[in-house]
Design a protein around this ligand. Structure first.
Ligand code: IPD
Ligand code: CA
Ligand code: CA
Length: 258
């Protein structure tokens, strides 16, 4: 698939920019505890330039675009998060990534690049999932008491938020629970079997589009928080290594009433 190699090229070039700019830029808040930097904007421009040079007719939806709140046809568009994990990036905590998906109604290709560790995750629909071109699979962990789990919180989460109650409920049942800071990388970690499950209630399409394809192509299971289909436009999702672990996660989160 020619698109996939161009997506990897764009992600690598953006990653180089991120490494060059790290520690030299200042962040500003675009919402409470929601950071953006010149590096987010520079990386997105780079990705758009590389993709549009090869595929000038495809639409472009990027987190830092003016069109991010508007409409770009889902029939053929790139969905881009230039830095997933900006707070980590700003603090020099080496867990962030570049995420690029190709959506043609369904997501048909995705790449997530971790530039610090030179890890390129990729997947195409029906074509499997890969880390640096080596196939990856989820773990076979089937129960929460054996599972290493991660969660994402929305920026500026409040003490009484349902996300905090979810966190406590899973914390007391799983083997261990992490909050790492890049939704896209969490999805890839489930895909390669480092994590066994991950959930989030507040993601945007650019956080999840590429990573969900990576995890499902690696054999993982996914649902929305209630156990139904994931709505990519407003992802409230759970992914897990196995169907049985997914079901236990759905049942555990359902114990919390808002
Ligand atoms: C954020 C990260 C984080 C998640 C937030 C996202 P950003 O993306 O994915 O893990 O908890 O909900 O907004 O702002 O760093 O691109
Ligand atoms: Ca993001
Ligand atoms: Ca971002």
């Amino acid at each position: 698939m020619r698109e996939l190699s161009v997506m990897k090229q764009a992600a690598r070039e953006a990653g180089t920019i991120l490494l060059e700019m790290q520690g030299k830029i200042v962040a500003r808040e675009k919402g409470p505890a929601d950071l953006v930097t010149e590096a987010d904007v520079a990386a997105q421009h780079c990705i758009q330039r590389v993709l549009e040079a090869e595929f000038p007719d495809y639409g472009f939806l990027g987190e830092e675009s003016d069109s991010a709140g508007g409409t770009v046809s889902e029939s053929c568009r790139w969905v881009v998060d230039p830095i997933d994990g900006t707070t980590n990036y700003v603090h020099g905590f080496d867990n962030y990534s570049v995420s690029i998906a190709l959506q043609q109604e369904a997501v048909v290709a995705g790449v997530i690049f971790d530039p610090v560790h030179n890890r390129m995750y990729s997947a195409s629909l029906g074509g499997g999932a890969f880390l640096n071109d080596v196939p990856i699979r989820t773990s076979d962990v089937g129960s929460l008491d054996k599972a290493l789990v991660a969660a994402s919180f929305p920026p500026g989460v409040q003490r009484e938020a349902v996300e905090v109650k979810h966190f406590v409920e899973v914390l007391v049942k799983c083997q261990a629970l992490r909050r790492l800071g890049s939704a896209a990388l969490n999805l890839c970690y489930v895909a390669e079997g480092k994590l066994d499950a991950y959930w989030a209630t507040s993601l945007k399409i650019w956080d999840a589009a590429a990573g969900l394809l990576v995890v499902t192509e690696a054999g993982g299971s996914m649902s929305n928080i209630e156990g139904g289909p994931v709505n990519l436009a407003k992802p409230r999702l759970i992914v897990a290594s196995t169907d049985s672990l997914l079901k236990e996660m759905v049942d555990t989160l359902a114990l919390v009433t808002e």
